[in-house]
Design a protein around this ligand. Structure first.
Ligand SMILES: Cc1cc2nc3c(=O)[nH]c(=O)nc-3n(C[C@H](O)[C@H](O)[C@H](O)COP(=O)(O)O)c2cc1C
Length: 405
């Protein structure tokens, strides 16, 4: 779960009221595996103390060009050479002006001038400052110089006035960083619903029927979709996994709960990926107290749980992907399920092969897509890699044929 693993990001923080939003950017970047070095301007330290940034980055925060005693070499060169990208968020009108004009009068502006890695700015300021012709001219100059700018949002500003100038949300800044660093953002603007994990059907107050699903495949799919810019909702049964960041998580227990949660939002989705191992049977009325076993045997009467996939097509225009976990006759069963439930795609995987199916970190299978005669073999690899491959193939087919209306 680390799309930005081994990426080194320099985050410049300048003197804006939005400086606190840089804390969330650091948190999200580090959660994605990136190493973050913060450089603050003198004004920025008036808004949020360097202690906060050093705690969040796990590194000393750099604020000064001239340090006593002086470190060996040239600090600005050293910093600029050892990063993959420099992000200035929030970026004041002042830093935009200085960078556009090539002014280097403090550590951050000097690093920006000396650097040859991609430079990303997320401006934040009062709407009059933003609309000022000088600022707009500086923005044009920066674009001409190949700098990347994230348009500020329209909304409520620090002085409660409304206008254009609010810094873009941290998640948007992080998504742009990913794009610049080569992680495709082909799901940007798409809403993706993923279900994961097992369900639990109660027998009595302390016991339940469940299955061995760990939720790892569904969580990997959710993370992969987030990393590729999607707005993700993850509906998960009880699992022991950390929920992904930048995603809305709904936790459920029974198949009935999951059915309700899915139906509630299925009409608003572009993609629905049903990776959960939903229990097939439940007790019609579980006992409200702990069952005693007088005769050493217990007979349970079970009835089938709601079929979540069935009928989803008639209420949602989303591209629907199902999962078929089989032990034998896999292809026949998967294709039958795909046809009967009118799915756009189905992932066949096996519960009885080493390294695949439940609980493992790896998986192997076959992806069948609507309109394609042959299935695509998904080789044995990490669930995260498989998740990315599924998204890539699904996106190709969805782009070819518009979603049903
Ligand atoms: C309370 C307060 C809020 C400010 N917010 C902003 C802002 O959001 N954007 C901006 O460009 N300048 C803002 N300024 C002005 C900058 O802090 C000022 O221009 C400073 O010189 C910027 O220095 P720096 O770019 O080196 O950080 C603010 C000033 C104050 C006192």
């Amino acid at each position: 779960m680390s799309a930005l693993k081994n990426k080194r990001i320099l985050l410049g923080v300048t003197g804006s009221i939005a400086a606190y939003k840089a804390c969330e950017i650091i948190r999200l970047l580090r959660k994605s595996g990136a190493e973050v070095q913060a450089v603050m301007t003198k004004s920025a330290t008036e808004f949020v103390g360097p202690t906060t940034f050093s705690a969040l980055t796990g590194k000393e925060v750099l604020t000064d060009m001239f340090i006593d005693p002086p470190p060996p070499g040239e600090i600005h060169l050293h910093i600029a050479e050892n990063v993959d990208i420099i992000v200035v968020a929030p970026a004041t009108a002042n830093i935009l002006a200085k960078t556009a004009q090539g002014i280097a009068d403090d550590l951050l502006s000097t690093v920006l001038l000396v650097s040859d890695v991609p430079l990303l700015f997320a401006p934040a300021m009062h709407h009059n400052m933003w609309q000022n012709r000088a600022t707009q001219t500086n923005m044009d100059t920066l674009k001409k110089h190949g700098r990347i700018l994230i348009q500020p949002d329209y909304g409520s500003l620090a002085n409660l006035a409304t206008g254009e100038g609010r810094m873009a949300e941290p998640a948007v800044v992080v998504s742009k960083i990913r794009e610049i660093l080569g992680i495709p953002q082909d799901f940007h603007g798409k809403r993706v619903l993923v279900t994961a994990g097992p369900t639990r059907e109660p027998i009595d107050t302390v016991r339940f029927i469940s299955n061995r699903s760990s939720g790892k495949m569904g969580f990997a799919l959710a993370q992969a979709a987030i990393d590729r810019g999607a707005e993700v909702t993850l509906i998960t049964g009880p699992v022991y996994l950390k929920s992904p960041e930048m995603c809305s998580v709904v936790t459920v227990e029974t198949a009935e709960d999951m059915n309700r949660a899915v139906r509630k939002i299925s009409t608003q989705q572009d993609f629905i990926i049903m990776a959960a191992a939903v229990g097939d049977f439940a007790l019609p009325s579980p006992q409200k107290s702990k069952i005693k076993l007088p005769n050493h045997t217990l007979t349970l009467k079970l009835q089938s749980t709601p079929d979540i996939l069935k009928g989803l097509r008639s209420i949602s225009d989303a591209f629907i992907v199902g999962f078929a976990l089989e032990t034998e006759d896999g292809e026949k069963n998967a294709l039958k399920k795909m046809k009967e439930k009118r799915l756009d795609a189905i992932v066949l995987n096996y519960a009885n092969q080493p390294g695949t199916g439940f609980e493992t970190d790896t998986n192997e299978g076959t992806l069948f897509l609507r309109g394609e005669k042959k299935g695509i073999h998904l080789p044995l690899e990490s669930k995260m890699k498989m998740a990315h491959r599924i998204l890539t193939e699904v996106k190709k087919v969805a782009a070819k044929e518009p979603m049903k209306s």
